[in-house]
Design a protein around this ligand. Sequence first.
Ligand SMILES: Nc1ncnc2c1ncn2[C@@H]1O[C@H](COP(=O)(O)OP(=O)(O)O)[C@@H](O)[C@H]1O
Ligand SMILES: [Mg+2]
Length: 395
Amino acid sequence: MSENVVGKEILRLENISKIYGRNKKEAAELAHKGLKKDEIKQKTGATLALHDINLSINQGEVFVIIGLSGSGKSTLVRFINKLHEPSTGKILYEGKDILTLSKKDMIAFRRDKVSMVFQHFGLMSHRNVIDNVAYGLEVRGIDKEIRYAKAREMLHLVGLGDIEEQTIDSCSGGMKQRIGLARALASDSEVLLMDEPFSALDPLVRKEMQFELLTIQRRLKKTIVFITHDMDEAFKLGDRVAILREGRLVQVSTPQFMITNPADDYVKTFIESADKTKVVSVSQIMQTPTCVVRLTDGSARALTQMRLNGVSSAYVVNQQMKLQGIVTAKDALDASASKKLVADFMLQDVPTVDIDAIIADILPIAVSAPYPMAVIEDGVLRGIVTKASVISTML
Ligand SMILES: Nc1ncnc2c1ncn2[C@@H]1O[C@H](COP(=O)(O)OP(=O)(O)O)[C@@H](O)[C@H]1O
Ligand SMILES: [Mg+2]
């Protein structure tokens, strides 16, 4: 089965291995023979952190690396901006091996191309909010006016428009997370490396931040390498997900592909550990809205459309495909005598769900929705979700 991969390759990791400790050569040989991390440790005393990792990351995707604690996630992500160096292998950024960059080029690379977002985002408490967000641009020597404008834009993006002058200390934990995210985004680097950025958050704030990140990502289309040990988070955020097990890559694929074609029992167990309703998103189960009518259509046309499609309700959209309401067959029939237009008798109270929502989030609407739910992306009707398809994800 093939997969859809958007964007051209921006990062490529080739034959990356890392061994810590003594007897590296012997350990490497054993790794090539297929011995496991603990067997190698026992025989040589060395720690096999990573073995023969090959990965290709595309521009504009959220690439999630998931694995249990100690599986090598942090080691791997630190190689991408050369915070550490692998024992063997190459890291190519747009085809160029970053391990060969000079010190000066490396500084520019970290500033412009790949930046690391740490768990606590490294906010500076002696600076106010806007100066924290604008920090990345400041070190690049960008004019105050320009960097403030950019920082303001990013603060608005994360829902914090009016706190620029506040001190960091006066901000809540959730706000700090958002400020950190705004700062990472303002720096404008091509690739963001995020090593378990949300792991320390309480579940509610964490959910909000995931939503925030997805919303922003839809607009900015950054390349994000996101590390997590949480399968729900991986599937929610990742365009593609890579599973690391004891330093080895087990599978790299889209969440959907992984769910339907787990590479082995380990992956299967990992997937089962996730709550399906928290893993599957609306976009994965929605259907194309076949029965759509315009505000200016008459009741007769609405009825014909419903009959042709074998349904008893139709969604109403404007010229831009923005959702306006819903008409039912009964209302259309009642209206047919008076030759009313759809706009005159449609119902505006429509059950809608966001295209990025996960099934768990839409369950309350799904249970009570009298019609299929309209799937919305920026106000535009993108699909419909039936109660049946929601229930089938829970089986
Ligand atoms: N500086 C180091 N020295 C020795 N062993 C290390 C070092 N850093 C990481 N390791 C080991 O490498 C393995 C991978 O660690 P890490 O990349 O931090 O995993 P993860 O981020 O997935 O929890 C672990 O077994 C860890 O103990
Ligand atoms: Mg780690």
